[in-house]
Design a binder for this molecule. Structure first.
Ligand SMILES: Cc1ncc(COP(=O)(O)O)c(C=O)c1O
Length: 372
């Protein structure tokens, strides 16, 4: 799979032209923001738009555009965590056994531990790097995050899914760090894919958003029902911002991935850096699987400096780095993940390559490394 192969291009074309093909003369190409809690509803209430919590025209627009990329039914949510919660609530049953990564996005583990495990759900946590070969026969649900955030380990989605399905387990993949353009979990057999679109998909650091996609109508109906019942509903303006960001995803990703590869090469050869994790480096532990299942190795890099102070100096001294949590934006950004308690070294920096001109970005970061 490549980011510009014929089938990816066909999905991008469908995503870009979906709305244009469904509107009439005089309607705007950009979707209207419909600020509605109430819709006209005389008589029989059986209508697609009975009340604001049930549906909004903007949701359908962004869902069909993301759905064109996912090639699957898509349901949008007000954040990545809202999408994660919906996927878990729609698939877990009392006494379910859940396998999840010990090194994935930590809030998912906190959510499970504080609110979901009490409902007789058993959770087992193992590192992403061990997922591919782990025995799955006693699980009902396998949660995958690949590449994992923040450690950038990967696991083999197709191999895990094959064994999980043989054991009767469902597989959900958090595809946030890859996006549907770089990795296609549903095509690799996964039952659901979830994403924090707050990151690269919306891409402008101005909106929280998320989605769940899947090809099983029954599971997707439960997810839709969860959104309505839990009131886990995106605002109309947020849906618009996510849609607008999505329209340039392919262009932004191409630059971000090129920048990430150039920066990873720089970090790899610079004496101020102790270690680099990037699935696109030939001797990275993630390289082989990433090369097989991703169109490109992504835009997130793990850079380890000798200690916390050096890492902080790198982040704050570099004029081309925005010091912030989160990733996937226009501007290159970075943070030290140990400050949140992630199980990484004190000097570990997660860097998200942005859309800056490559030569200028590499020079700014190279100069900062030289001066450390
Ligand atoms: C891999 C991953 N999944 C889910 C989330 C949650 O997304 P949000 O912050 O949009 O709720 C994040 C946020 O950082 C993430 O990195």
């Amino acid at each position: 799979m490549s980011i510009d192969d014929a089938s990816t291009n066909a999905r991008i074309m469908a995503m870009l032209h979906k709305r244009a093909s469904s509107i009439g003369k005089g309607e705007s190409l950009t979707p209207p923001i419909v600020n509605a809690a109430k819709y006209a509803l005389p008589g029989d209430p059986d209508h697609p738009f009975p009340y604001g919590r049930f549906d909004n025209p903007g949701w359908g627009t962004v869902e069909s555009a993301i759905g064109a990329l996912e090639d699957a039914e898509t349901i949008c949510f007000p954040s990545g965590m809202a999408a994660v919660t919906a996927a878990l609530m729609a698939t877990l049953k009392p006494k379910s056994k859940l396998l999840l990564p010990s090194d994935g996005y930590y809030t998912v583990r906190v959510l499970l531990n504080e609110f979901i495990r009490q409902h007789e759900i058993e959770t087992v946590e193992i590192p992403t790097a061990d997922m591919t070969g782990h025995a799955l026969d006693r699980f009902d649900l396998v949660w995958i995050e690949t590449p994992s955030n923040p450690g950038l380990d990967v696991c083999d989605i197709a191999a895990i899914t094959k064994r999980a399905h043989a054991a009767g387990a469902l597989v959900i993949v958090d595809n946030t760090t890859a996006t549907p353009l770089l990795q296609r979990p549903l095509d690799l057999g996964a039952d659901l894919t979830v994403s924090s679109d707050t990151k690269a998909l919306a891409g402008h650091s101005d909106v929280l958003f998320g989605h769940v996609s899947g090809r099983d109508a029954e599971i997707m109906a439960r997810i839709r029902n969860w959104r309505k019942l839990a009131g886990s509903t995106p605002g109309p303006a947020e849906a618009y911002l996510a849609y607008r960001g999505l329209m340039t995803l392919e262009l932004r990703l191409a630059r971000m991935c090129a920048n990430a590869q150039a920066l990873a090469n720089l970090f790899y050869s610079h004496k101020a850096v102790e270690a680099v994790r990037f699935p696109g480096l030939a001797d990275d532990p993630s390289y082989r699987i990433a090369a097989a299942q991703m169109a490109q190795p992504g835009f997130v890099i793990g850079v380890t400096f000798a200690d916390a102070a050096t890492a902080e100096r790198f982040i704050t001294d570099c004029p081309a780095i925005f010091a912030a949590t989160s990733f996937g934006g226009i501007q290159t950004s970075a943070e030290r993940r140990a400050r949140w308690g992630d199980a990484v070294r004190e000097g570990y920096v997660r860097l998200s390559a942005g859309c800056e001109p490559t030569a200028a970005l590499v020079k700014a970061i190279s100069d900062t490394l030289d001066a450390l």
